[in-house]
Design a binder for this molecule. Structure first.
Ligand code: SF4
Length: 262
């Protein structure tokens, strides 16, 4: 089992506490809504058949218990960094179902969606690190966005990354060097559809993905249950133009997943 390494952070300072607080508030809010959804038509249920209120009580009770238990497992997993029974499934549910509700709650209480997304990436990364299984280099995919390539560069990299001449003007040079050094897979995607196709073709067991918050989150959601360690890109020239990435973080993540010393 991999050791928990909190030092590798691709979220650019995202805060776990924000995600945990919003997850708990959202889960409690959902439970209250479910109780109301059960209470309001309660009388009507009895008129249809005397057994229906009891059946609905069990049904709603089961869903509410599942939400509360899932939230406890999620918070415990985030705090301790230790996977436990059902934590993998809970990570999937939180990623796919809870997060959209959390964004809604965040907006209602005036929290910028970007803060929640950073926090989610931080939490996701720690969960992925803490439950990492040993993999071979070829099972690790480094997935990069097209915007890392210099806009003035005429090399076409989407079909063959080795078309890059390694001129050093953009981070692709260093990232290709990392691919060669660790013998991992590397691909560049121009969008979500291409990224999904790359994942289907290469069938990685772990992905180290570089992207902006929005693309990272949709990538994490789309590729579940494949673990995705997200590294946020830096955008000194605005979104999608000549972006940069901390290659040190990418390398630290690669070494961790390949069980090499840091
Ligand atoms: S390193 Fe140079 S050749 Fe390679 S993608 Fe960047 S700008 Fe183009």
């Amino acid at each position: 089992m991999a050791k928990f390494v909190p030092g590798i952070d691709g979220s650019q300072g995202g805060r776990k506490r924000l995600f945990i607080a919003l997850a708990v508030i959202t889960a409690l809010g959902l439970c209250v809504l479910l109780v109301l959804a059960w209470l309001v038509p309660y009388v009507g249920f009895g008129r249809i058949h005397p057994a229906i209120p009891a059946i609905m009580f069990c049904l709603f009770g089961l869903v509410i218990t599942a939400i509360l238990a899932g939230t406890i497992i999620l918070v415990w997993h985030i705090y301790t960094g230790k996977p436990c029974f059902g934590s993998r499934q809970v990570r999937g549910l939180a990623t796919r179902l809870l997060l959209p509700f959390m964004e809604l709650v965040a907006r209602c209480v005036g929290i910028r969606p970007q803060r929640l997304r950073n926090s989610f990436i931080k939490v996701n990364n720690e969960l992925v690190l803490s439950s990492a299984k040993p993999i071979a280099p070829k099972e690790l995919l480094i997935l990069l966005p097209h915007c890392l390539q210099l806009t003035t560069c005429s090399r076409r990299l989407t079909h063959n990354v080795d078309n890059c001449s390694r001129c050093g003007a953009c981070p692709i040079t260093d990232l290709l060097a990392l691919r060669n050094k660790y013998e991992a897979e590397l691909a560049i995607a121009t969008g979500g559809t291409i990224a999904r196709r790359i994942v289907l073709t290469k069938k990685p067991r772990t992905i180290v993905a570089v992207a902006c918050e929005r693309d990272l989150i949709s990538g994490i959601q789309d590729t579940y249950p494949i673990p995705v360690f997200g590294v946020l890109n830096m955008r000194p020239n605005g979104p999608c133009v000549d972006t940069r990435v901390d290659t040190g973080t990418v390398e630290a993540a690669i070494r961790y997943f390949l069980h090499l010393p840091q």
